[in-house]
Design a protein around this ligand. Sequence first.
Ligand code: HEC
Length: 153
Amino acid sequence: MKRQRSWVLIPLLGGLFGCAPASPPGSAAAGAGVAGAGVAGAPAGSSIQRTGADLFNGNCAACHQQSGQGIAGVYPNLADSPTVLGDPKALVRWVIKGQRAPSMPPGRYATAMPQFGWLKDADAAALFTYLRSSFGNHAPPVDAATVASALEE
Ligand code: HEC
């Protein structure tokens, strides 16, 4: 159940941010209702943290759980994860392109993770900053320029 919900939200949020590869008719209006105000074009400041939390709860928490702790043996824990806390460019390439980080040997989990290529650089930066400063994690923030350069390499 929870897992299916995330699959529904991915195209909806993509439609809201205006870069979904193929959003079904009407999804933009539905997406606006789901994500609420304050995501696109919000003023800088505390809304960054809010956007990161919204993106996580809408797209990642179905598997990794709102606590970030995942489900043992099924979905990895993002607290103390070397992928989350380590090189931010490796984190970017995993979540956005599905390119496996050195800290993630293949074959640990039976389930695959979807890719989030529709995330805009600034939103991805807010999401990664949220991951690195939540669940007891303490790693420096990630900015949009780092996201962009990670994807160019
Ligand atoms: C459908 C379930 C699912 C969703 C949704 C999902 N993930 Fe994952 N995630 C996984 C699985 C399964 C793995 C392990 C993949 C592997 O090692 O092959 C993983 C691995 C990761 C890792 C590496 C953790 C580690 O220490 O190995 C990170 C970071 C991560 N996911 C972040 C995210 C973010 C951010 C989102 C939302 C934008 C997200 N995931 C959405 C299932 C999911």
